[in-house]
Design a protein around this ligand. Structure first.
Ligand code: NAD
Length: 250
């Protein structure tokens, strides 16, 4: 790994209290970033903010005013934002007949609208050389059975990432998406309660295991760093080979 890639850089991370967001916050802190961390969990954000000496902001990313408050906290404290990691998200189990409209709307609001709210508020404060990373999913590239709303939200995050990359390239802001496969975080531990689902997913991963959150953080850090200075509009898959497979059995 190169030296301190984020020395003095101001990074805002949503969904930073757990999983991929927390692992990325820890990595960026080790590499010198000044962090402003957001999460809906007040206890969770207080814990990680105090661990890393970061600013912690409690809020719900599905509410535009809460996202604006997070961005304002970063700008008030540091005067600019160099890295925006739009990572907060929830899973959602159910096909279109099984789920109610409230569930659909909640998933689209948390997993998709939040990315727009954060980009709209942050981009005017992002100087040339800044980077945005959006957490999508391989569920946005192909469909997962019975994850209708999640597939829709993550697919939209992927194409929105391309639109952002194009619209802000001349301002020197790079925008990329991370598409994780299965990662061991609380989001997936909830799904362990669905009989057989985890075993089924694992059987489809050529590497034969889920990722650790730290393995996603390493990819996010690359995309957010100057090492990726010519990378924008890319959809970075980190899935242990899952989407490389046609679905034929081993
Ligand atoms: P996680 O549950 O560990 O972390 C998600 C964080 O987002 C939590 O801290 C949670 O409190 C926060 N959050 C949830 N709703 C929020 C809201 N309304 N406002 C603010 N914060 C909110 O799960 P994770 O796996 O680290 O998930 C991070 C991202 O990775 C999500 O966007 C998820 O969809 C995506 N992802 C995860 C996997 C996986 O297998 N774990 C795979 C693909 C994509």
């Amino acid at each position: 790994m190169s030296g301190k890639r984020f020395e003095g850089r101001v990074a805002v991370i949503t969904g930073a209290a757990s999983g991929i967001g927390a692992a990325t916050a820890r990595l960026m802190a080790r590499e010198g970033a000044r962090l402003v961390l957001g999460d809906i969990s007040a206890d969770g954000i207080a814990t990680i903010a105090s661990e890393l000496g970061a600013t912690g902001v409690t809020g719900d990313v599905s509410k535009q005013a809460d996202v604006e408050a997070l961005i304002r906290a970063a700008v008030d404290a540091h005067g600019r934002i160099d890295i925006l990691f739009n990572n907060a998200g929830i899973g959602s189990y159910g096909n279109s007949v099984e789920m109610e409209a409230e569930q659909w709307e909640r998933v689209i609001a948390i997993d998709l609208h939040s990315v727009f709210y954060a980009c709209k508020a942050a981009i005017p404060h992002m100087p040339e050389g800044s980077a945005i990373v959006n957490t999508a999913s391989i569920s946005g590239l192909g469909g997962d059975y019975r994850f209708a709303a999640y597939n829709a939200a993550k697919g939209a995050v992927i194409n929105y990432t391309r639109a952002l990359a194009m619209d802000h390239a001349k301002a020197g802001i790079r925008v990329n998406a991370l598409c994780p496969g299965l990662v061991d975080t609380p989001i997936t531990s909830d799904l362990n309660q669905i009989p057989g689902l985890r075993e089924d997913w694992l059987s489809r991963i050529p590497m034969g295991r889920a990722a650790k959150p730290e393995e996603m953080a390493a990819v996010v850090a690359f995309l957010a760093s100057d090492d990726a200075s010519y990378v924008t509009g890319s959809i970075m898959v980190a899935d242990g080979g899952t989407t490389a497979c046609t679905g034929q059995p081993d």
